[in-house]
Write a protein of this length. Structure first.
Length: 270
């Protein structure tokens, strides 16, 4: 696929997907949605990729839906996603609940880290919330924004946001569509780390490389899958599944390497 709105690069087992419409603050379009899903599928199918970082080019992460696209919805009298029949389906096939827009992140084998370098509004905040971790630049502005457009909470944000920050805090953000700075977002638990803008990417990559090089790849993928699948099942089933995985994964070479590295007081080589 020819990428016009997305950048894609792999280095040291970390794939970087960059939203690349800086002249429009990386506003979301059907083309960007299509390219983003293609890039995620490519990363998830690449055995050399163990972590994905998503960020924005320029001074924004993603300022939400493109104003031109919103005007097009008005003219057409309804919603048009702007995507075609060639839409990739990354993360599909793990659970039916995940086979939907943005929820497909939960079915990916690779952890996805959002490096929120600037404003994240509407669908931009949705994207960040479906990533596994969110690292933000100091002063970045985040907002659900849908209320000011007479829209509902988008793309299951009413499901995912309470699970990140709790019901009361999510209700505040969803009902008011107010803007929160990254500093408050850290206090709310909406972002995991906060760094000066000029340090955001270097610190994010430091963390990502640590996962890619220091954590066994199957442990990464299975732990991620367990967390999201367990949102839809009971604790007993979770325990039984963990026991099955434990017995299976202890027979694998990476377990043996991890034990040797621990005994020899060195970093494991995965």
């Amino acid at each position: 696929m020819e990428l016009k709105t997305i950048g894609y690069l792999v280095d040291r087992r970390v794939a970087t997907i960059t939203l690349n419409r800086p002249h429009r603050l990386n506003a979301w379009t059907g083309r960007m949605h299509t390219e983003y899903r293609w890039a995620l599928e490519r990363a998830d199918h690449d055995a050399d990729v163990r972590v994905v970082v998503v960020t924005g080019e320029g001074r924004a992460f993603c300022a939400g839906a493109d104003a031109g696209a919103l005007e097009g919805h008005v003219e057409k009298g309804g919603y048009d996603p702007g995507t075609g029949a060639d839409l990739a389906n990354p993360g599909f096939g793990i659970r039916p609940e995940f086979d939907h827009d943005f929820a497909f992140h939960f079915g990916l084998r690779t952890p996805v880290i959002a490096a929120v370098n600037g404003p994240a509004a509407g669908v931009g905040l949705v994207l960040a919330c479906y990533c596994d971790l969110r690292f933000a630049a100091a002063g970045a502005k985040l907002t659900t924004s849908h209320g000011r457009l007479n829209l509902p909470a988008e793309y299951g944000l009413s499901w995912v946001l309470p699970r990140i920050v709790g019901l009361g805090r999510a209700m505040d953000l969803l009902l008011s569509s107010r803007v929160v700075l990254a500093e408050e977002a850290l206090e709310l638990g909406l972002v995991n780390r906060l760094w000066p803008h000029e340090e955001l990417l270097s610190r994010t990559y430091e963390y990502a490389y640590g996962l890619a090089e220091g954590i066994a790849p199957r442990s990464l993928s299975e732990t991620k899958r367990q967390v999201y699948v367990d949102q839809h099942r009971d604790v007993g089933t979770s325990i039984d599944e963990a026991r099955r995985l434990l017995e299976e994964m202890m027979t694998e070479p990476h377990f043996h390497e991890g034990v040797r590295a621990l005994s020899e007081k060195r970093d494991p080589s995965f």
